[in-house]
Design a binder for this molecule. Structure first.
Ligand code: SF4
Length: 359
């Protein structure tokens, strides 16, 4: 086998991604294996792909934690897990009006998507009705905003009900590879997670699913996650970097460097050329002063605070975006390239549903 140089590998990978992909497993591994000396070459090559499909637009997303802490599940990375002693806010479901008020402020600050999240294994049907009310309150006050819901594992019919209530998307992250899953969680399985993402997609919700890095995974694990996500064909992919809360099993895990985070983001851009790649939790503490480089790879980020930890001030995010020569995506601008989706839309209104017909 001939040994390819960096000058040959990256343009070939970028050309494949610019044509829409798919980029092979070996090529994705080659991106992760680059040295820090090659970092700017990697960012430049993946940046071309980002600009082709998303220009210089940055989508801002805003998290509303509807119910915080005291989860019965044991995901090792999570500050809300069973047995966590992390000093986080814990509270029961907030009112729909309170969520709508936070959403309104976030939209005024530039957010295009509101992500409604509640800790737990999965919702009861009464929780779905509560969230349906919240979705309606947000849509009443800001009709153009996208609403994504994240409530854990869904039971039959629950995704349809959220779609009927006006939710646009459902988030459920795979978090780590199938081979690694039992190392980070014992109370549910990788297959449970993929089934919920598939159910959301079948119900007509835009699938959002991503991962967390910094939990001791190898390059092979990272590519395994990316390829598992590719099977699910998500519209948006949050790329999280572990926030190592003291009081959780992964507290003190600080091994990720900013350079490795950027290579992971570049690998996701090559693997998903025309999909929303979001630099998500851990952005500030992991990328630190290299955050602006992530804008050349990801086309989306979270504005403001995370579920249980604080992000940098929103004004600093907006200033960083402007200083780096990017622009905030408007409410009326489509995020994904128009040719990413089929023109055939499965009917979820009228006869056989409780949603009014299209008359
Ligand atoms: S990630 Fe979700 S399911 Fe897992 S412990 Fe945290 S809140 Fe519970």
């Amino acid at each position: 086998m001939t040994h390819r140089t960096i000058d040959e590998i990256l343009p070939a990978i970028a050309a494949k991604a610019l044509g829409g992909g798919p980029v092979s497993r070996d090529d994705l591994l080659a991106v992760l294996a680059r040295s820090d000396d090659d970092l700017l070459d990697v960012v430049a090559a993946a940046g071309r792909v980002r600009r082709k499909f998303f220009g210089r637009r940055v989508k801002l997303n805003y998290l509303v934690n509807l119910k915080s802490g005291l989860c019965p599940e044991d995901c090792g990375y999570c500050s809300q897990r069973l047995g966590s002693t992390a000093e986080i806010l814990t509270y029961a479901w907030i009112e729909a009006e309170e969520a709508a008020r936070h959403a309104r402020c976030a939209v005024d600050a530039g957010a295009k998507r509101i992500c409604l999240v509640a800790a737990g294994r999965g919702p009861a049907d009464r929780d779905i009705e509560r969230v349906a009310e919240t979705v309606a309150a947000i849509k009443d006050s800001t009709p153009a905003v996208e609403v994504c819901v994240c409530l854990g594992l869904l039971k039959q019919g629950q995704a349809d009900r959220l779609r009927e209530a006006g939710a646009d998307a459902y988030n459920h992250n795979l978090n780590t590879s199938a081979g690694n899953y039992s190392r980070i969680c014992s109370t549910h399985t990788f297959d449970d997670r993929t089934a919920t993402v598939a159910a959301a997609k079948t119900a007509g919700l835009s699938p959002c699913s991503g991962a967390i890095f910094g939990m001791g995974e190898s390059n092979e694990d990272i590519v395994d996650i990316a390829l598992a996500l590719r099977e699910l064909d998500p519209d948006s992919i949050p790329v999280n970097f572990l926030i190592p809360f003291e009081g959780t099993p992964l507290g003190g895990h600080w091994e990720l460097s900013p350079q490795r985070c950027l290579r992971i983001l570049a690998m996701f851009r090559f693997a998903f050329p025309d999909v929303e790649v979001r630099v998500a939790g851990g952005r500030e503490i992991r990328l630190r002063t290299l955050q602006p480089l992530a804008l050349h790879l990801a086309n989306s980020l979270f504005l403001g605070d995370y579920l249980t930890s604080q992000g940098q001030p929103g004004r600093d995010d907006r200033a960083m975006i402007a200083d780096a020569g990017f622009v905030i995506e408007g409410l009326d601008e489509p995020t994904l390239p128009v040719d990413r989706h089929d023109l055939v839309i499965t009917r979820h209104r009228g006869t056989g549903t409780t949603v009014p017909a299209n008359t």
